[in-house]
Ligand binder design. Sequence first.
Ligand code: ADP
Ligand code: MG
Length: 267
Amino acid sequence: MIIVVKVGGDLLGNGLPDGLIEELETLKREHRLILVHGGGDIVTDISVKLGHEPKFIMSPRGFKSRYTDKETAEIYTMVMAGRINKQIVSALQRRGIAAVGLSGLDGGLIRAKRKRQLVIVDERGRKKLIDGGYTGKVEDVDVRLLHLLIENGYMPILSSIAMGEEAEPLNIDGDRMAASVASAINADRLILLTDVEGVYIDGKPIDMLHVSEAREIVEKVGVGMITKLYAAVEAVEGRVNEVVIASGLGESPVTSALEHNRGTVIR
Ligand code: ADP
Ligand code: MG
């Protein structure tokens, strides 16, 4: 199977969790794997250390995101494609996995259209139109490069950066990017690993959601889970058979998600 695994920032605090690294080593013998990573919190920490206070904005649909001005885009690229990506590659190489770290810029892998303007909701709940900054929406994924790698035993490790129309690096959401990659490459599974057991509704974890249900409950979940549900819907409506949102902690998180022993399945 082709499996796209997205690892959220909360899992990356101290590098990839050991259980996951061990499991990837085993899974790779049987499957072709692509890893997508986030790391927003680490970008925030380093941004603060560099004296550049990050700004966050809220969309009318409840998406919270980083406001990416030029300097933020530079820090974002530096931390995502540098520190975080190379830490993951290094951890995997140490276990003998031929990990190849890439951003969406490399080889023109992920092309996006820059958002010219953004509608935001301010602290008083009023809608405002602001300059789009350096964020984008994925338009095209060059699957040839990914195939070239996975068919030859390499594991692509993708940082959530896309290439804009002027080849500028753009900040894109990791969950949505993972969904785009998974759809483009016709992945059998998309596994969104995070720090909770799955989607909770009224305090209870949900085992299975039909896409239509997933679309309906978006309004009932909080920040963080909203983007994952949108990503899951996009992927299933695209070409992915099944998406699982699950915890990346503990032993064999991906296998547990594949076997429906853990997490929320969306299909
Ligand atoms: P990641 O770095 O993995 O993308 P996020 O913090 O963006 O992690 O998203 C996961 C978070 O979403 C969880 O830690 C949890 O606090 C939050 N969350 C909000 N609503 C829900 C919900 N209904 N079910 C599960 N998690 C939720
Ligand atoms: Mg997130």
